[in-house]
Write a protein that binds this ligand. Structure first.
Ligand SMILES: [Zn+2]
Length: 273
């Protein structure tokens, strides 16, 4: 009996990609979306958290969740890149209501992806208004929030302070210093760690990760974006989660299976899976 428990399925950690745009991966690789999930599962990835991007996309990712129950989980929200193309901020309350109705009907696991991006488009005031709408909805629904932040950390920290104790979540695609990381962690936010840490230029982030507790990290590929070093120019895939785990394991001088195990424990805790 003891022998038979060795190498039993329970010894294999559950592998979760905590931030993956399966719909976008299907689009850029011209692959059927269900096939994208089947392919990733055949490479050893068990669970997928798929962020919302814009209202017309929510139904598609919800259908994927229905096709792969217990494997695919959805968040609903409006990504800052799509905010500029939406109607004016005066329509904000309509979007809040539509988003709230989605949560009533389909019980998304998180609000997002939302946030601030100063690099990608100019509609920054619009982004700020939509981001704060997501924060207040997350507080009201008691759901975690998935945050995208590029070159807007001052505003992000100011807003998170305003909602401190009311909203928890993840800073997706984290890069930055240990001080910034610890400040987010202290405010109730996990750090989403992806392929950028495999790049030679990511020294500051690697130093931060080597000093951060594993309990604060969520592994994510952001596929088809954020390819790992050496794969620039090709669509990123969920199975690169193993390379990210190896990079973190090397920084911490531990086994990559322990990194993967803890990421699943953290994801279950945050997203109530
Ligand atoms: Zn994303």
């Amino acid at each position: 009996m003891i022998e038979s428990s060795i190498n039993s399925p329970s010894d294999n950690p559950t592998i979760v990609d905590t931030h993956v745009h399966l719909d976008d991966l299907a689009r850029v690789t011209s692959t059927d979306i269900n096939q994208v999930v089947v392919d990733a599962m055949s490479k050893g990835v068990d669970k997928f958290i798929v962020p919302g991007l814009y209202p017309d996309q929510w139904q598609q990712i919800h259908q994927l969740e229905m096709a792969f129950p217990g494997s695919v989980y959805c968040a609903f929200g409006i990504h800052p890149w799509w905010v500029a193309g939406l109607n004016d901020v005066g329509e904000l309350s309509n979007y809040r209501q539509t988003l709230g109705e989605y949560f009533d009907k389909y019980n998304g696991i998180a609000v997002g992806e939302t946030g601030l991006d100063r690099l990608k488009n100019q509609a920054y005031d619009h982004q700020l208004a939509f981001f704060e709408m997501h924060l207040s909805l997350a507080a009201e629904l008691n759901k975690p929030i998935i945050i995208h932040c590029v070159r807007a950390h001052n505003d992000l920290q100011r807003l998170l302070k305003k909602y401190q104790g009311k909203v928890r979540g993840v800073i997706h695609g984290f890069s930055g210093s240990i001080d910034v990381a610890l400040d987010y962690w202290k405010k109730g936010f996990y750090l989403g760690i992806g392929g950028t840490i495999t790049y030679p230029r990511a020294n500051k982030s690697r130093q931060a990760i080597s000093a951060l507790p594993l309990e604060s990290l969520l592994l994510e590929t952001d596929a088809p974006a954020m390819p790992i070093y050496g794969k620039q120019g090709s669509a990123n895939r969920p199975e690169t989660i193993f390379s990210i785990a190896e990079e973190i394991a090397a920084l911490k001088n531990i086994d990559s299976s322990d990194v993967l195990k803890q990421s699943w424990v953290n994801a279950k805790l945050l997203f109530n899976l």
